[in-house]
Ligand binder design. Structure first.
Ligand SMILES: Cc1ncc(COP(=O)(O)O)c(C=O)c1O
Length: 448
């Protein structure tokens, strides 16, 4: 077959060029053109929260396309957009929403809103965004610059705007060589140092993924981390932007993953599971503090042709109702806890399994040479590629987290994120296949 498409990973390696041509999906399963079945353990790009082939979602798409397929916010006050925003507000606890077509656009808007907030307050120099190493915020210009995954910053454009990054709470490979017992939130305190050095009067916001995604494989900060971050942001007048694109909207077992840590962000970006995986939708959400400040100014120019599209709204509304009606957050936590605890048990018989972490159905499994010493496998072993290939051989599509958790130099992981309705029997089947995958990969890895 001649390829007309430019692959998003320009330098293909064997795990992201698996040569499977998927044509059909149902629930957590997908089938290729030859009829081979795969478990999609990562819900597409961690976005197909509702699983594949739901007829209720298809009906909603069709109905809305026939009723009113398009409108622009500049010429109308669309009731469906209001209904969608109200439902998202009830679900997340945020105040106002601006719809986008995806996560990068949502983050772009989050940055602009944060800068405009301070500009309107009379602080025009407060216009930089401090972020963290080992983060991913999108593939547009500003989001790539804010990102901190070195492997994804491989073109100079991704460094063009350098507003500063601090270390992430990678507890398994603590950059300060601390343990849970001796941790004094050194990586959070770094925010204060960075602000003092660069001048807090230049900073609009601090940006992070509350629970990590495809770079850090569900990196989860320790209890108390966000309390310290909030103290510093309050002290130096910084807004908090939570990038909830991947971990939000139920994926990590809460409406927003930052809910686990008891703080409300000023701005949150949402996408992926917001539509259950049935339409390209994103949104930037603001809390009362920010929305009230903007209402005083009265005007902020923003808009994308497809922002607030009625089909996107209809799908988001239906997805939110399904999550609530089918108690999916409960299932996400129930099956997520079970999957995690079984993987921890599996570590006893698989030397390859290191840290197992995450919340809800967002679970990272780090691949190591030695779990006792937390030693990473050398990059030349290509352990992740071997695990991905063993995944295809055993009928599981896996998500690679290749962000090099140990200071951006080494450390690979897989990210498990099955659909929200996964049953216990399906979780057991996934575990059974994972067991076979680790066994197969371990035979090809040199642990000496
Ligand atoms: C945490 C995070 N932020 C932003 C994005 C960018 O979203 P999109 O690909 O919809 O532009 C992603 C995508 O993977 C993500 O995981």
């Amino acid at each position: 077959m001649k390829a007309y498409e430019l692959h998003p990973h320009i330098f293909l390696s064997d795990w992201n060029n698996p040569n499977i041509a998927l044509v059909k999906g149902k629930g957590m399963y997908q089938w290729d053109v030859h009829g081979n079945e795969y478990i999609d353990s990562c819900s597409g790009a961690v976005n197909v929260g509702l699983g594949y082939g739901r007829e209720d979602m298809a009906e909603v798409l069709k109905k809305q396309a026939i009723e009113l397929s398009y409108l622009t916010r500049f010429t109308s006050v669309p009731p469906i957009l209001d209904e969608c925003s109200e439902l998202m507000a009830e679900f997340t606890g945020m105040d106002r929403f601006f719809m986008t077509s995806g996560g990068s656009e949502a983050n772009e808007m989050a940055f602009r809103i944060a800068k405009a907030y301070w500009f309107n307050m009379g602080y025009p120099t407060k216009n930089k965004i401090m972020s963290r190493w080992l983060s991913y915020h999108g593939n547009t210009y500003a989001t790539a610059c804010a990102g901190g995954n070195l492997a994804r910053k491989n073109d100079m454009a991704a460094y063009a705007v350098d507003d500063g990054h601090i270390n992430a709470p990678t507890c398994y490979h603590c950059p300060y060589h601390k343990t849970c017992e001796t941790c004094n939130f050194e990586c959070a305190n770094e925010l204060e140092d960075a602000l003092i050095n660069r001048g807090p009067s230049n900073y609009a916001a601090f940006l992070m993924e509350p629970i990590g995604g495809t770079t850090t494989a569900a990196m989860t900060p320790p209890e108390g981390y966000f309390k310290r971050i909030k103290e510093i942001c309050d002290k130096y007048d910084l807004l908090i932007i939570a990038d909830e694109v991947l971990a939000g909207y139920g994926r990590a077992g809460k409406p927003m993953s930052i809910d686990w840590f008891g703080i409300q962000p000023d701005i949150a970006s949402l996408a992926k599971c917001i539509s259950g995986g049935y339409f390209p939708v994103g949104a930037v959400a603001v809390n009362k503090r920010v929305s009230e400040a903007f209402q005083k100014v009265g005007h902020y120019y923003a808009g994308f042709t497809w922002a607030g599209n009625p089909i996107a709204c209809a799908v988001t509304i239906e997805n939110t109702k399904i999550i609530q009606r089918e108690n999916l957050l409960e299932n996400v936590n129930l099956q997520g806890d079970y999957l995690k605890s079984e993987l921890i048990k599996m570590r006893d018989r698989h030397p390859l399994i290191g840290d197992v972490r995450g919340k809800g159905l967002l679970i990272g499994v780090e691949l190591v040479k030695d779990h006792a010493t937390r030693t990473c496998l050398p990059n030349e072993q290509r352990a992740l590629a071997k695990v991905m290939q063993a995944g295809y051989a055993n009928g599981v599509i896996l998500e690679a987290a290749s962000g090099k958790m140990k200071r951006g130099l080494e450390g690979e992981a897989i990210l498990l994120a099955p659909y929200f309705s996964i049953t216990r029997a399906e979780t057991d089947l996934l575990l059974e296949r994972l067991d076979a995958i680790f066994t197969m990969a371990e035979k090809q890895i040199d642990f000496n």
